[in-house]
Design a protein around this ligand. Sequence first.
Ligand code: NAD
Length: 528
Amino acid sequence: MSAQEPVSAHPSDDVDATGGATAVADDPHAGQKGVVDPATGQTIAWVDDLGPEAAATAAVRGRAVQPAWEALGFAGRARVMKRAQKWVTANADELVRTIVSETGKAWEDAMMAEVLYAAAAFGHWADHAEDLLAEEKIKISSPLLKGKKVITRYAPVGLVGVIAPWNYPFTNGFGDCIPALMAGNSVLLKPAEKTPLTSLLLAKALKDCGMPDGVMQVLTGKGSVLGDAIIDQVDMIMFTGSTEVGRHIGARAGERLIPCSLELGGKDAFIVCADADLERAANQALFYGMFNTGQTCVSVERVYVEAPVYDEFVAKVTKKARALRNDQPTGPGSTDVGALTVESQFGIVNDHVEDARTKGAQIVAGGDPDPDRPGYWYPPTVMTGVDHSMTCMTEETFGPTLPIMKVADVEEAIRMANDSPYGLMASVFTKDMAKGEQIARRIEAGLVHVNDSLVGYAAIEAPMGGWKDSGLGARHGAVGIRKYTNSQTLVLSRWHIKKEPQVYPYTGRGFKLLRGVTRFFYGRGTRD
Ligand code: NAD
């Protein structure tokens, strides 16, 4: 399937084998929704706008095929994932083209944060799922269990729902399906309304790689309709998106008493100490502030610079920002910063910049979007003289903006960084590594870098999750696959007597025995 041609995905044929191409002219698109290229404003494809009944049908199908998928074992499932990894590397350009066509991002953004991630993720979970989910013989200290064997194992929950945002159609959507699948589950994936094509392409690729029908199903449709219907069907829900919708997902999962994992918004702080390598800090702040047009949960959203180096840092960032190209992403090297992916982002970004301008900030780069430009565009923008009375410093902007605030010292920087309901990612720049690490440990966020930014996301081996309003649970690391399982503890008593002394009838002897045991095991070595 090429995302350059209008296509129609028909989940009723086979939701995980989409791509039944239909010319736009032949199709009235009833029950479908257009997919727009944000860089041009043109409709490039049509996909089905599915309702709740589709979720119910897909759930039945997913549950029916799950036991056979689980029975394939880790090695059998890993074979499919390894083929998928090869597919990604062999079809990198097609995958990038599809991602760019529905997101408007630069080709380099798609290559680094989606295709490279995809290749790594298929391989990582294929190679390590078995170890991460290996059953464990547990050493037990309780005297009640002496001589018994205790084993913990991880069983797939069955059917996992994944609801995804539009900013990274692979990495924050399909990417979360891989550990769920490797754990032995079937998956229902609902991509964001605006960016379904990457998921449809990948589902088709997985099928070609040997994924049995029905194990990985992509359902396209509205969040408030289809998303909720998916939550009502599945055994666990993995959600990535806004904090507002995340609260709703958590509440709905709570009503059903199913586990949920929530990866939500961020307002990621970047601290520049007076002893930092300013050239590197300026490059990193700008790159990871503008990367993916600033639409990354872990992008640099606000910068705090110690007063002695503020002017020099601002001068460096401003010069570099003014040189950035904000052109049509037509291929590698065609632009630095791409389009905004969704139209509604324009209003948020513009509001934050205008709020700052009104309250006295200086716009030293960008800041004046061209209202006549087709597609959704906002120029890379740097703001100085900002403070926490401005929305650009307190609310998630999710756009190509970099507000830079002067702080008196590191203590003020830490206080400001933690003055946020969010706690996702942060960065600290200093040449003194020990000081950097101490600062990092005081920041309330799930991922903190010293002399780096954002790249920690690529550490699939380590948990990545938000504190405070940035989420619940984590992706990656052991927890990133165990969350798709139910743990089961087995207590195996091979050697036993007919009747333990503590059981009925209660004569008082059992009590004395338990008191003695309690003292023996826990009463020694304790002091006032
Ligand atoms: P969003 O919350 O609007 O939508 C996310 C998904 O939820 C979409 O698929 C949408 O259709 C669905 N949805 C919407 N309403 C729903 C409902 N009532 N019930 C069920 N599903 C519903 O988020 P977005 O605008 O697509 O993405 C941007 C947000 O995602 C930003 O806040 C960003 O920080 C966050 N994000 C977080 C991470 C992370 O790892 N923490 C990663 C990427 C994006």
